[in-house]
Design a protein around this ligand. Structure first.
Ligand SMILES: Cc1cc2nc3c(=O)[nH]c(=O)nc-3n(C[C@H](O)[C@H](O)[C@H](O)COP(=O)(O)OP(=O)(O)OC[C@H]3O[C@@H](n4cnc5c(N)ncnc54)[C@H](O)[C@@H]3O)c2cc1C
Length: 483
């Protein structure tokens, strides 16, 4: 039996920056119900959502909305020395990990949290560090859509060629994903320890020994906290449970509550800067080496406190310049400097963005470590590392300001996306704040035209689009090359 949401209730996304009020919404129990719903609403716009953990307009739908949380079966099959899991679209990653773990298997790639559904996670290119995004490992997508000739709702398996590459990261634009086949691997352990370094080159050199590492540029202290990580054949450390308690209590809650207190209660820039310069580092235990199961080590409780984020992907050869630029813009936005260095000032003048920079001056005090994660090139049409010839680094900018006080962050995010996309080929994460115009976004993806063609073939009437994805599909700038 299908549940309908009470339509008087507006559903909001995690970040509370978007609200959905569809004309009708369903929580179908199985594939047959989904086909009936599609037939009943032929000609209307239809969109599926996962757990609304995206901050971008990818989730918006104002007509018929489907929530597939009841399609959550997991089946695991061996595939050579690996596995392939067939996962119901609405299955959350945390449930999937639990099911896989029963067979001593796990996912190749994980984001920082496990609340997302599998369909939602792949649809925006969710990623972690040191691997491809989750989309890359998808080998099949089962899709409900309309047959172009009969107009009837049908089910189709996409398992090869450009349709599969499109379905691996599709922004909900091909149809309703019913299930996903994803390559999995044997469960493994990860060893982790923290260090602090003043030099980016040292951090990057460490990648050879710690391929899964991620690091944080600490604003106002301007050093790097590096979370060195690598696969480890040794068993779980004796102190792994204590380390989990430390991570949860001290980092996920203690550190975050302290940042939130500074940003929402104290609201004094001098204290915020002092906090990052002197106090934040006290939360870090350096060189404590611990080995634990990958699915525990690679995630955190990042969803514990409401926040909003933009994440920009730059190719490796742009990383050093991009981080220097970031540091200078944060100082201008925070009112500590009024201009950038001569080189960066020239770059901004070359883009004609001097007034935008002047408008950002003293408008926003950045108050969260900038997480930097390495993501390998994906075999997709439009995920953020698709078509890249080198590894990319995702730079994330997060604010814990209350929803009503995010104007400064919006200005900052928009400036960073517009300037960095043009200076460093930076691509914004499709599921996070995405302030570029449609033609600016699509021009960053050499294969966007191929994506358009697949959308046009599978959904010629555009019924699975929302206003945002329609504007992307209709944008007319030619796509540029990714270095
Ligand atoms: C606290 C937090 C931490 C995060 N950490 C990371 C991280 O470490 N790495 C990272 O890359 N991202 C991260 N994200 C972003 C998140 O992984 C993505 O935005 C993801 O898409 C959210 O999944 P969801 O299930 O909530 O889907 P939603 O946000 O609800 O939907 C996302 C997209 O998927 C489409 N979709 C969902 N279900 C279907 C379906 N059945 N059929 C067709 N289309 C569908 C929707 O239409 C929409 O376009 C984080 C987000 C939060 C809030």
């Amino acid at each position: 039996m299908t549940f309908r949401w009470p339509l008087s209730v507006q559903r909001k996304n995690f970040g509370r920056n978007l609200g959905l009020r569809p004309s009708v919404a369903y929580t179908p129990a199985d594939e047959q119900e989904i086909l009936h719903i599609l037939d009943r609403h032929r000609g209307q716009r239809i969109r599926a959502v996962g757990r609304l953990h995206s901050w971008s307009e990818a989730v918006l739908g104002d007509d018929v909305l489907l929530d597939l949380r009841r399609l959550k079966d997991v089946q695991l099959q061996p595939d050579g020395d690996q596995f392939v899991a067939t996962v119901g679209a609405g299955c959350q990653i945390k449930r999937l990990l639990k099911e896989l773990n029963r067979d001593d298997a796990t996912l190749h790639s994980l984001g920082l949290i496990t609340k997302q559904t599998i369909a939602g996670a792949i649809s925006t290119g969710t990623h972690g560090s040191g691997r491809h995004s989750m989309s890359h490992y998808v080998v099949g997508v089962r899709l409900a859509r309309y047959d172009a000739t009969s107009g009837q709702a049908i089910i189709e398996e996409l398992s090869a060629g450009e349709p599969l590459q499109a379905a691996r990261c599709s922004l909900g634009s091909l149809g309703i994903i019913l299930s996903v086949k994803i390559r999995c691997r044997a469960q493994y352990n990860v060893q982790e320890h923290f260090t602090e370094s003043g030099r980016l080159s040292d951090v990057l050199d460490a990648e050879a020994s710690f391929p899964l590492q991620q690091f944080y540029l600490i604003p106002w202290r301007w050093s790097y906290f590096c979370q060195h990580r690598r696969e480890d054949d040794r068993p779980r450390s004796r102190l792994a449970r204590l380390y989990r308690l430390y991570s949860l209590g001290v980092i996920d809650y203690g550190l975050h509550l302290q940042i939130i207190f500074m940003e929402r209660v104290v609201r004094n820039r001098r204290f915020i800067r002092l906090n990052f310069r002197r106090i934040i580092s006290a939360f870090l235990i350096r060189n404590w080496k611990v080995t634990d199961r990958s699915s525990s080590m690679l995630v955190m409780k990042h969803e514990a406190f409401r926040h909003i984020e933009i994440e920009l992907f730059v190719p490796r050869n742009q990383l050093v310049d991009a981080l220097e630029f970031t540091q200078e813009v944060i100082k201008v936005a925070g009112g500590m400097e009024s201009t950038l260095s001569a080189d960066n000032q020239r770059r901004i003048e070359g883009l004609g963005m001097q007034e935008d920079l002047a408008g950002l001056h003293d408008q926003y005090c950045h108050h969260y470590p900038i997480c930097v994660r390495r993501v390998l090139p994906d075999d997709t049409l439009i995920s953020m590392t698709s078509g890249a010839e080198q590894d990319c680094y995702a730079l994330s900018f997060i604010t814990y300001a209350r929803p009503a006080r995010r104007a400064g962050f919006s200005l900052f995010a928009s400036f960073m996306a517009r300037s960095m996309s043009r200076l460093f080929h930076a691509r914004p994460h499709w599921g996070k704040v995405c302030p570029l115009e449609a033609n600016e976004l699509t021009s960053l993806y050499p294969k966007f035209d191929a994506f358009r063609t697949v959308c046009g073939t599978l959904d010629p009437q555009g019924v699975f689009q929302n206003d945002w994805t329609t504007s992307l599909l209709e944008a007319d700038r030619p796509a540029g090359d990714m270095p």
